[in-house]
Design a binder for this molecule. Sequence first.
Ligand code: 13P
Length: 288
Amino acid sequence: MGLVSAKEMLDIAYKNNYAVGQFNINNLEWTKAVLLTAEENKSPVILGVSEGAAKYMAGYKVVADMVKAMVESLNITVPVALHLDHGSYEGAKKAIEAGFSSIMFDGSHYAIEENIKLTKDMVSRTRALGISLEAEVGAIGGEEDGVVGNGEVADPAECKLIADLGVDFLAAGIGNIHGKYPANWQGLNFDVLNEINKVTGDTPLVLHGGTGIPADMIKRAISMGVSKINVNTECQLVFAAATRKYIEEGLDLVGKGFDPRKLLGPGTQAIKNVVKEKMELFGSVNKA
Ligand code: 13P
């Protein structure tokens, strides 16, 4: 199967009370780890690519062509969406052109009128091509590619305005933040999530900042309409820890242990373990 829009997989997840993971990718090893784990667990999957990660991998076209070729070469049969994470207006246009099957246009830092205007434009661009669209209201806190926010809580009335434009799924700040949660974090705001879910009809909701949210909060969020959960930092942390251990144990100095195919092995396996754990927690195993 080639790349698919994320609309259908998330509509099904919303109706059946589970969530599909968006796992951000950074390179070939990351991509392979996520795709293989999805296939092994018969789970639909969304590969997230930030503008910074796309630049790192030499551009949107390189990413789209690599992912498409890998899906084919590895005989991946589960639904795979390639999704631009926190796209700007210009970035979104480039990712669409390069062959991404899903787009997040993040207009949350604009005044609501401007966010509505640009999101509306993106709805017509993506619809015409059968590409799914995620929009955002109420900036997610933490740091994402150098953009720092403060864990805002979205206004449900604004969420309704954006959802009514016909976006396929909606990210709304409910106290979640990107990166590690601080020790004094207040947790997710379920009253607001409940309110947003009520006013946005059956639009699937997206929870960013999936790293470090306790399992009980994840399950409660899923029961209130969250159907897509983004995970990035956690894979980076376990990749770095496993690579550090390999080198600290001096394994790169044993035989051909310096070969990147060996050196990057433990980190890649660590990503696979996290992705499997999240798919089990989100309830997407055996749903493909
Ligand atoms: P984390 O890095 O906190 O897991 O968040 C990922 C994310 O929300 C990407 O959009």
